[in-house]
Design a protein around this ligand. Structure first.
Ligand SMILES: Nc1ncnc2c1ncn2[C@@H]1O[C@H](COP(=O)(O)OP(=O)(O)O)[C@@H](O)[C@H]1O
Ligand SMILES: [Mg+2]
Length: 307
């Protein structure tokens, strides 16, 4: 997305987004544990709850009712997101809490999202982690696409693999539509192609690029193919029970390469760990989880690889 290129990449934080289809796959748990390890490794980190419908990141950090939330920014009570960040009690780790009660947030205008992203890129921190909401609404997809590192969480269940693939696919098509928003003829081709039963016989991104070459221009086709290769989702399989479960990410990788012409990477996997469940049910801060826990070891490996 063009807009993403406007983000201040040199001096601002690196923005990580954690997304991926349906609720309950562990996006918030993983965001929290990623933030925890990053802070332990000396990276100043802000966790941002972008799940405007069901903000719950604060409870995972043991904070009952956050004194300030993103809502205070949207309603212009504060001009900068920096002023709404709250301490978590962990050195180097702050939280920007979501605003669950505000329905208007569920339908942000594109310009508002850009404004939020620009403000995130001005935060005084090394890394900002966006814990995205569930589903594939434009809100979720736009924040995902604007992030520098795009993490997709899935579980080994077939339905979750399907959901994660649908999420990636929708992100690709959302990016294509945004790219052509100023080009009506190109947008028309893309809109037609997105209908699963379209008469142009376009079934894959490869077909779409050919259709663009035919109906629009070769330059348009080049532009689109360049921009989609920039989407490199990083896959994390959560709640695995056996080493075989690690293969889930491979399936998405293969299908994405074949049909979407993008090349996701595999970041790693995280074991299913009852301690996580117990801590969340008991409202205990996840950051106090036993260091020998299997889940936290998985997240450690991911962070160590990335940093
Ligand atoms: N690695 C894990 N091991 C055990 N339980 C987990 C793990 N990851 C997530 N969970 C469970 O799944 C639930 C949903 O996780 P959550 O992060 O809230 O999902 P999402 O943000 O994707 O909706 C958590 O409340 C927790 O009980
Ligand atoms: Mg969540």
């Amino acid at each position: 997305m063009k807009e993403a290129n406007n983000l201040n990449q040199k001096t601002g934080p690196t923005i990580w987004a954690v997304g991926g289809g349906k609720g309950g796959v562990g996006k918030s748990v993983i965001s929290t544990l990623l933030g925890f390890w990053l802070s332990q490794m000396g990276k100043r980190t802000v966790l941002i709850d972008v799940d405007f419908g069901g903000a719950n990141l604060h409870t995972m950090l043991g904070i009952k009712s956050p004194p300030k939330t993103v809502n205070d920014f949207i309603t212009k009570k504060y001009d900068r997101l920096e002023d709404i960040c709250i301490e978590t009690g962990i050195e180097n780790l702050r939280l920007l809490s979501g605003a669950s009660e505000i329905l208007s947030l569920a339908n942000l205008q594109f310009a508002q999202k850009i404004k939020i992203m620009q403000n995130i890129s001005q935060l005084d921190t090394d890394i900002a982690i966006l814990d995205l909401g569930s589903g594939t609404s434009y809100n979720v997809l736009d924040f995902f696409l604007m992030a520098h590192r795009k993490i997709v969480v899935l579980t080994p269940q077939p339905i979750s693999i399907q959901n994660a693939y649908a999420f990636v696919r929708n992100a690709v098509y959302r990016k294509l539509s945004r790219l052509s928003s100023q080009k009506p003829a190109l947008l028309a081709t893309i809109k037609t192609a997105m209908d699963p039963k379209n008469e142009m016989n376009v079934r894959t991104v490869k077909d779409l690029l050919n259709a663009v070459k035919e109906n629009n221009s070769e330059e348009d086709m080049d532009l689109l193919s360049r921009e989609i290769t920039e989407i490199r989702p990083a896959l994390v399989t959560n709640m695995i029970k056996s080493p075989r479960d690690k293969e889930a990410g491979r399936i998405i990788q293969l299908v994405s390469e074949k049909y979407l012409m993008i090349h996701p990477t595999i970041l790693g996997s995280i074991m299913r760990d009852n301690q996580v469940d117990n801590m969340i049910s008991g409202m205990a801060p996840l950051t106090t989880i036993d260091r020998s826990s299997e889940a936290i070891a998985g997240v450690y490996n991911i962070v160590a690889d990335l940093i």
